[in-house]
Design a protein around this ligand. Structure first.
Ligand code: SAM
Ligand code: SF4
Length: 472
């Protein structure tokens, strides 16, 4: 039985009228926008009102300045790494009735399935076979998907070792739990626990999530990650489903949520996701609030400037072209080789999606190797690094951006060694060749001779001695 005790400082921190009034009363002001950009460039998180000022900047020149600043901030703060992961849907039974989702309970024609432990192993093996190291497990909300079941699934995933493959980090996207449930999840060794608020607007939330369903409880969901933190899960992912309500409201909702976590727990969210609503089996939705590509790029750039320390995730819901563009503005994680149908990763010969088995239609259907090839071609270092969370560098201790030189000392070397593993074990000939060229170029760029030597030695250990999982 769910214990409906809220977090210690539980409060509904989303004031719809206030957010709406900030949006309506903020006018474009070039001088203010430039001052706010200057603050972001010092890596200081923005307040809600400052974020609203960036949103109000609509003239092409100012929008271009925001894009350029986001590009620059991304380079300064993050370097050229992109972290790769894959989603793994474990079960799509659901007691909720979210009006945008093909898994909603009233949709009888959806093909329902929960992977058995043996089927989960089969899927994980298929993912390891192509080189994945980081997964996010996705669950509907259902009495069968108890914290114990989800925790057992996490443990099962970590045991699967095929060839040189293994999964080193398992994240979760599932319903909000009670304190004990989050503790059970933490004890199973998860990385991030992701919960998307879907829409921060109360009225729209109620419209999308019938009140007699679990998910109909706005505050239980809003408070979810606070309970997670209090239960030891200090690695939290927030998100909004863009397209349900005014995108400007959702951006300010995300920033309010992020500031709330930061103020109460001294730890902001580790990641922010901004999925855009996609067509899905059995769904016909009001198109009125769909976000166009231009505004989508703006919102990614604005989020980058507003929360310099937070990872930004852009999933395969977006096309390859849009992902390419928003990666420049600071997206730090993407999924690749994505299959949403339950059991889909082992169905090697099937082309295209089978929407009755899936949550929504995706925009980027390329394989992991194709995505790796493109990233390398564009000068990014694709990374499968999992070092920080395994060394306990999470929550308050997560210093990736905060400590000067951290990225050069840890992130870039770990990206290079995990890329090297991928190139040795899984890459096509072409990707292998271009990947090793990229590694050589990155080594040439390094000015710290001691570090260069250390990384060169690690790469040799991987390539010649066959060692794996070496991290800084
Ligand atoms: N059942 C869990 C929950 O609701 O929190 C897991 C969420 S679901 C499997 C993952 C996310 O997919 C949802 O939080 C929602 O934001 C998103 N989603 C659902 N339907 C979608 C659609 N039609 N297009 C794009 N994203 C969608
Ligand atoms: Fe269920 Fe989640 Fe889909 Fe809502 S979004 S119907 S809770 S799987």
């Amino acid at each position: 039985m769910l214990n409906k005790t809220m977090s210690r400082n539980c409060v509904d921190f989303i004031d719809d009228a206030k957010i709406t009034s900030i949006i309506e009363n903020t006018r474009e002001d070039a001088g203010r926008v430039r001052a706010i950009i200057a603050k972001s460039m010092e890596k200081k998180p923005l307040e809600v009102e400052e974020t609203a000022a960036l949103i109000a900047a609509e003239s092409p020149e100012l929008v271009e300045e925001i894009f350029n600043a986001a590009r620059q901030l991304k380079k300064d703060v993050y370097g050229n790494r992109i972290v790769l992961f894959a989603p793994l849907y474990i079960g799509n039974f659901c007691v909720n009735d979210c009006k945008y989702c093909a898994f909603r309970r009233s949709l009888r024609s959806t093909v329902r399935k929960t992977l058995s432990p043996a089927e989960t192993i089969q899927q994980v093996e298929a993912l390891e076979d192509v080189g994945h190291k980081r997964l996010i497990l996705v669950f509907g909300e259902h009495p069968d998907y108890t914290p114990e079941f989800m925790a057992d699934t996490v443990r099962t995933v970590y045991t699967v070792k095929k060839g040189k493959g293994e999964i080193r980090r398992v994240n979760i996207n599932a319903a909000p739990l009670d304190h004990a449930g989050f503790k059970t999840m933490k004890d199973s060794g998860i990385g991030t626990y992701q919960i998307f608020q879907e829409t921060y607007n109360h009225a729209m939330y109620q419209e999308c999530h019938p009140s007699q369903t679990h998910k109909g409880d706005y505050l239980w969901r809003l408070d979810g990650l606070s309970r997670a933190f209090e239960s030891g899960c200090d690695d939290m992912g927030i998100g909004a489903l863009f397209g349900l309500y005014d995108w400007r409201f959702e951006v300010l909702g995300l920033i309010t949520h992020s500031l709330h976590l930061q103020n109460i727990y001294n730890v902001g969210p580790h990641t922010i996701s901004f999925p855009r609503l996609r067509p899905a089996h059995g769904i016909s939705l009001d198109q009125k609030n769909l976000v166009n590509d231009h505004d989508f790029k703006r919102l990614v750039a604005i989020l980058r400037l507003a929360v310099p320390y937070t990872g930004l995730i852009c999933t395969a819901r977006e096309t390859a072209e849009i992902r390419r563009e928003v990666m420049q503005f600071g997206v730090s994680q993407i999924d690749a080789g994505t299959r949403l149908e339950l059991g889909g990763y082992s169905e090697k010969d099937r082309k295209g999606q089978e929407l009755k088995r899936e949550q929504f239609q995706i925009g980027d259907v390329r394989s992991l190797d194709e995505v790796m090839g493109e990233l390398i071609h564009e000068g990014y270092i694709p990374s499968f690094c999992t070092s920080c969370y395994r060394l306990g560098r999470t929550g308050e201790h997560f210093m990736e951006y905060a400590i000067p030189g951290f990225i050069q000392r840890f992130c870039t070397p770990n990206a290079m060694t995990t890329l090297c593993e991928y190139l040795e074990d899984y890459a096509s000939d072409e990707v292998r060749k271009s990947g090793f060229e990229l590694i050589s170029k990155e080594l040439e760029k390094m000015t710290d001779e001691k570090q260069k030597k250390m990384i060169t030695e690690r790469i040799a250990e991987i390539r010649i001695a066959g060692k794996r999982d070496l991290y800084f």
